[in-house]
Design a protein around this ligand. Structure first.
Ligand SMILES: [Zn+2]
Ligand SMILES: [Zn+2]
Length: 841
């Protein structure tokens, strides 16, 4: 049974004298972690080998983060996930690509600059504003990068890119041009979500829905040529000047008779028609609804369906336009107050009541989002919805249920993606318009990168009218246009001919919060550009909550600053929190005690390794020797094999919490608590005869093999400490430059010995019983025992116990042990691991 093990062992080992260096007494994580971060970088073991066509590539679609300042615990969770996968796959023999970019553009940075300098973007020349944005981004990138390095993330830094660099513009602009040629990009006047504070169009994905208190006003709309009025309940009376129709449900007997009649718009000297609309809910409000352009998305649908006119009530800065007559120039909330006052004075306001309502706000600045009809660039995404759903269903998601977030989002979309933004700090849209005839000139593929705000198109005259003057597009691209091509960019598109070797990405890791943006946009863009899905699996992480289970925030005093946590506890302890804090995909609270537990585990591992290295000081593995493995040796070797199976399966399914829990429990409670204790005596006081030496060698072999196995299984989660121990104890014998490029252990079912495990469990139960007895009698654990009587349930059990007498006596400081076969006196079944002991001190 164990011959296989011995062979496997010697095949993996440079036979000869293993020189073990003993470990320093103190585990100094600061020094160890810094040292290995530098050494690994020098070794270049994280570099993806672009020329290697032998190993199978494994590419991680690392999200390029928004540089937002210092690293936070959510980033720590993300990068620990990515890094565990990268390290595990590297040990599995894959050629791993773990790239890193920075998603620099966007409203976030513009708002930061505006706030920090107390300006609005229009107060300074655009170049100056952009320079300040770049400065801010560079500062934030440096801060975040320091944190990512400190976490020990095994990134290939030769791949680093910034989406604000012209070289990246080139890729984004090229993708725009290709999509325009494929008829996926179009310019049109459509209702879009508009942030009045940031004065830009935004996509559905950038609208957050929040609950807040509002007021529902019941307003009298006078029927034409009568004293009758219909009551309309609305929370947005400021839209009355843009009322274009009133609708009722034709099945609603209260109102169906009014369909087709005219009704006066309050305070306005005009009338609109009462129309029939089946989607009106008779139970909501009064059952009569005003259609305004545009109070909400429902209004948009109704206007299109009934071909109603559009009154453009709001300006781009969120003020009432000329169409609002006397209210022109007021901000929305000022107009609301003025109109409510006028309605009251005119006797048209029946009542007002408080309600809880859901409103859409800008996800960057939290201003209430309005709907404006403006000329914008769009990407046709709705025709791709079916393909998105199909591809989402065809690939594994970890955890599986998260795919529904993408599918539900895709199904709920009712507008194409508006990709133009009225901002400055972004990739320019590579387009000009003929001043004379308005012809759209899209840049040619070899013009990019290009900034049409600064440069002319590289053609002499307009192909349509021959005009020679052009206006460069001043709008810029949504920042998601930059980051939604990462799968292709990471693979080397468009510069490497062989980019398809790395495409689709093997794994797309993402947070629950960006499934509707990043995962979705990646899908539609790559499907449109290359007719291929961008990734072959998805790994989802949850959000990090405060210890109290609420969203982590400085104001709630439940905030943990990642640099502080890392400085205080080190990367390996912090990474254990990230790996073990909860099931993959679930939200994970940050609990300082989890990190502290992680640190205690590292100290335990360090001390146990140091102790083991002393026990192995004179270890001379002998390939020719027949190992005289004892019951507990066989027990732990088999358990280590089963552990390998479980941990490997857990990593394969990205169940990091299961992987780390299993290997920590094994290390602490199987290896340290029992095995090391049990073999001490065999190693310290071996019989000088050949049998004693053979038993000692068997214990040394087992200690060495099992410790090495634990280090390997732990290496993806706690890379620094395991590397340090490996270099001291195993580098010479195993021969790998780094534990990180050692071969992940392959589970070998032939090495599992269930009988040996059962027998070992029995011995461990005896040791446990005696320890329990000592504890009950308040005796120290090493108190000597005069006589131990073990009652075994059967003769077989008695034989097993007898065969391990030596290890049991040594562990428990026994002078004598008697094993008696106990035929259960009451005739009850005694299970094989149930033991009865009598201890005599
Ligand atoms: Zn905003
Ligand atoms: Zn022209």
């Amino acid at each position: 049974m164990f011959l296989g093990y011995i062979l496997a062992f010697f095949l993996n080992t440079n036979v000869g004298l293993i020189r073990m260096q003993s470990l320093p007494k103190e585990y100094n994580f600061t020094e160890i972690e810094r040292k290995w971060q530098q050494k690994w970088e020098k070794m270049g073991i994280y570099h993806y080998d672009w020329n290697d066509k032998e190993r199978i590539p494994f590419s991680i679609d690392t999200p390029p983060p928004y540089p937002s300042g210092e690293l936070h615990m959510g980033n720590v969770l993300n990068w620990t996930y990515f890094d565990m996968v990268a390290r595990y796959k590297r040990m599995q023999g894959f050629n791993v690509l773990f790239p890193q970019g920075w998603d620099c553009h966007g409203l976030g940075i513009e708002i930061q600059v505006e706030k920090a300098r107390n300006i609005r973007k229009r107060d300074v020349p655009p170049d100056q504003f952009r320079a300040w944005c770049i400065e801010t981004v560079e500062k934030y990138i440096a801060m975040m990068k320091e944190g990512i390095l400190k976490m020990g993330a095994s990134i290939d830094w030769t791949t680093e890119y910034k989406t604000m660099d012209p070289d990246y513009w080139r890729r984004t602009q090229l993708s725009f041009i290709l999509l325009y040629k494929k008829d996926y990009m179009y310019r049109g006047t459509h209702p879009v979500n508009w942030c009045p504070r940031d004065e830009t169009a935004i996509a559905d994905a950038e609208v957050d829905h929040i609950k807040k208190e509002g007021t529902l006003h019941y307003i009298r709309f006078q029927l034409e040529g009568s004293n009758e009025y219909l009551l309309i309940a609305t929370s947005r009376p400021e839209f009355i000047p843009a009322c274009v129709a009133v609708e009722v449900n034709p099945k609603d007997e209260r109102y169906s008779k009014y369909i087709g009649r005219k009704i006066a718009v309050p305070l306005m000297k005009r009338e609109v028609t009462i129309i029939s609309e089946e989607s009106v809910d008779p139970c909501f409000g009064t059952g009569v609804v005003q259609i305004c352009t545009y109070g909400d998305k429902e209004d948009v649908k109704t206007v299109i369906k009934h071909k109603l006119p559009v009154i453009r009530l709001l300006t781009e800065s969120g003020k009432i336009s000329e169409a609002g007559c006397k209210y022109a120039g007021l901000y929305v909330n000022q107009a609301r107050a003025a109109i409510v006052a006028d309605l009251t004075a005119a006797g048209l306001l029946e009542k007002s009541e408080k309600i809880q309502q859901e409103v859409g706000v800008c996800d960057r600045c939290k201003a209430q989002v309005e709907i404006l009809e403006v000329k914008q660039w769009f990407m046709k995404t709705l025709p791709l919805s079916e393909a998105v759903e199909k591809n989402a269903n065809e690939i594994p998601w970890y955890p599986d249920y998260m795919k529904n977030r993408l599918i539900d989002w895709t199904r709920a979309l009712d507008w194409d993606w508006v990709v133009s933004r009225q901002r400055l700090f972004a990739t320019p849209i590579p387009v000009w318009y003929c001043k004379n005839c308005g012809e759209v000139i899209v840049a040619q593929e070899n013009w990019v990168p290009i900034d049409p705000r600064m440069e002319k198109p590289r053609i002499g005259k307009c192909p349509k009218c021959g005009g020679a003057e052009f206006n460069g597009e001043t709008d810029v691209l949504d920042t998601w246009m930059d980051s939604s091509i990462t799968c292709a960019v990471h693979a080397g598109w468009p510069d490497r001919a062989d980019w398809k070797h790395l495409f689709p990405a093997s794994m797309h890791p993402s947070g629950t919060d960006i499934i509707r943006t990043w995962a979705y946009y990646l899908m539609v863009r790559h499907l449109a550009l290359f007719d291929e899905r961008p990734f072959n699996s998805v790994l989802i992480n949850g959000m990090v909550l405060g210890a109290d289970g609420r969203k982590m925030s400085k104001s709630l005093k439940n905030y943990a600053a990642a640099p502080e946590v890392l400085n205080k506890n080190g990367a390996d302890a912090t990474r254990q929190w990230a790996a073990g804090g909860g099931a993959t995909g679930s939200d994970i609270p940050y609990r300082a005690q989890d990190v502290e537990y992680g640190r205690r585990f590292l100290v335990k591992l360090w001390n146990a390794s140091g102790f083991t290295s002393n026990l192995l000081a004179d270890y001379k593995p002998d390939p020719k020797a027949d190992l005289d493995l004892q019951p507990l040796d066989k027990w732990i070797l088999s358990k280590a094999e089963n552990l390998t199976k479980k941990v490997t399966e857990a990593f394969e399914k990205c169940q990091f919490n299961i992987a780390i829990e299993d290997v920590r429990n094994f290390t602490w409670h199987v290896f340290c608590d029992y095995y090391v204790e049990a073999v001490k005596d065999r190693l310290y006081n071996p019989n000088p005869d050949g049998e004693g030496q053979a038993k000692k060698l068997a214990a040394q072999f087992t200690l060495s093999e099992v410790l090495y196995r634990m280090l390997q299984l732990l290496a993806p989660v706690v890379p620094h400490i395991t590397e340090e121990i490996y270099q001291h104890m195993f580098a010479e014998s195993k021969g790998f430059e780094s534990l990180q490029v050692s071969q992940w252990p392959k589970f070998n079912s032939k090495l599992v010995d269930e009988k040996a495990e059962r027998n070992g469990d029995l011995l461990i139960a005896i040791i446990g019983e005696v320890r329990h007895d000592k504890a009950e009698k308040k005796l120290p654990l090493n108190a000597p025992i005069k006589n131990l009587i073990v009652y075994a349930a059967s003769d077989d059990t008695a034989k097993v116990i007898t065969s391990a007498k030596g290890d049991i006596s040594g562990t428990l400081k026994l002078s004598n042990i008697q094993v008696l076969s106990e035929k259960s006196s009451e005739g009850r079944q005694v299970s094989s691991t149930e033991v009865h002991v009598k201890v005599e001190y």
